[in-house]
Write a protein that binds this ligand. Structure first.
Ligand SMILES: [Zn+2]
Length: 303
């Protein structure tokens, strides 16, 4: 019995020791594992921190680069815009210069006398002859046997005007167009004989003297007054001219109620469509304008 009891004690003691050893080992193993895990976590944390720092630096670098690129881009955009503006300006300047050159070239080829204001003290030289003259369709002359000439460049404008008046049911005719210096002198002498020299000098024929020699002025009449000049202001042809002549580049040189010249309803001068339209719109007349203003229309007189 004694032996059995001892054996049991030994067995229990053994079991207790083994259990204790197991517990001690378990604790030891647990602590080791925890420490190892802690170490691992710490290491990972350190690595993570290091990586984060690198990443942060990279993000900062990229942000800086982006900001720098944005600045560069903004600068380039400004530079591009500036260049575009400069180009536009240069193109505009080239256009203006081309236009000026074109106008100067036209001007150099245009007879400066064509838009001059003539008076008793400023008139055409007796030797002046238009560059080119052309005959007007005899159908429009009064009488039809009369051979009338006009400045060649004015002819199409005059023909259009006369045709339009005809289409409007009128019988607008030409009593006179180009007159040479010689013809003018004869005419003037005729007036002098008829009216006396005092009257002849202030007479209407004197006013348009140079304009007829220039080849751009005409004296209108109509069958309604049998080709006469006086009384023309009472005809529908005159009324039509007042409303429409400017569209063909013609203006009345000495209109009614002007303060300086005797009224000549029949005498009209070609000044170009642009200037005639300006005169018509401003309700003024050629001799009331400033010569310097008039000269700006010279280059485009036949446009
Ligand atoms: Zn005349």
């Amino acid at each position: 019995m004694q032996t059995t009891s001892l054996r049991l004690r030994i067995v229990y003691g053994g079991i207790a020791l083994a259990t204790l050893a197991l517990v001690v080992y378990g604790i030891y193993h647990y602590q080791t594992t925890v420490r190892s895990l802690q170490n691992s976590i710490t290491k990972t944390n350190i690595e993570l921190l290091a990586n984060k720092s690198v990443t942060d630096q990279k993000i900062k670098d990229i942000t800086d680069s982006l900001a720098s690129l944005k600045t560069t881009n903004s600068f380039l955009t400004d530079a591009l815009l500036s260049e575009q503006q400069k180009n536009a300006l240069v193109i505009e300047q080239i256009g203006a210069v081309t236009s000026t050159v074109g106008n100067l070239e036209k001007l150099s080829k245009t007879d400066p006398e064509l838009l001059k204001q003539y008076s008793k003290v400023y008139f055409l030289n007796e030797h002046y002859v238009p560059v080119s003259l052309s005959y007007v369709d005899s159908h429009f002359a009064s009488p039809e046997t009369k051979q009338l000439q006009i400045h060649t460049n004015v002819l199409p404008y005059l023909t259009n005007l006369l045709t339009s008046a005809q289409n409007a049911g009128l019988t607008l005719r030409l009593d006179s167009a180009y007159r040479s210096f010689g013809t003018q002198a004869i005419l003037k002498a005729k007036y002098r004989v008829t009216y006396g020299s005092g009257t002849a000098n202030s007479f209407s024929a004197e006013q348009g003297y140079s304009e007829h020699q220039l080849g751009t002025a005409v004296d209108f009449t109509t069958q309604k007054i049998d080709g006469a000049l006086s009384g023309f202001e009472k005809t529908p042809e005159y009324v039509w001219l007042q409303a429409n002549a400017y569209q063909y580049g013609f203006v009345i040189s000495y209109p009614e109620n002007n303060p300086s010249y005797q009224f000549e309803p029949w005498h009209w001068r070609f000044v170009g469509v642009k200037l005639a339209t300006e005169i018509h719109n401003r309700a003024t007349y050629f001799y009331a304008m400033d010569q310097r203003d008039i000269d700006t229309y010279l280059a485009n007189i036949f446009d």
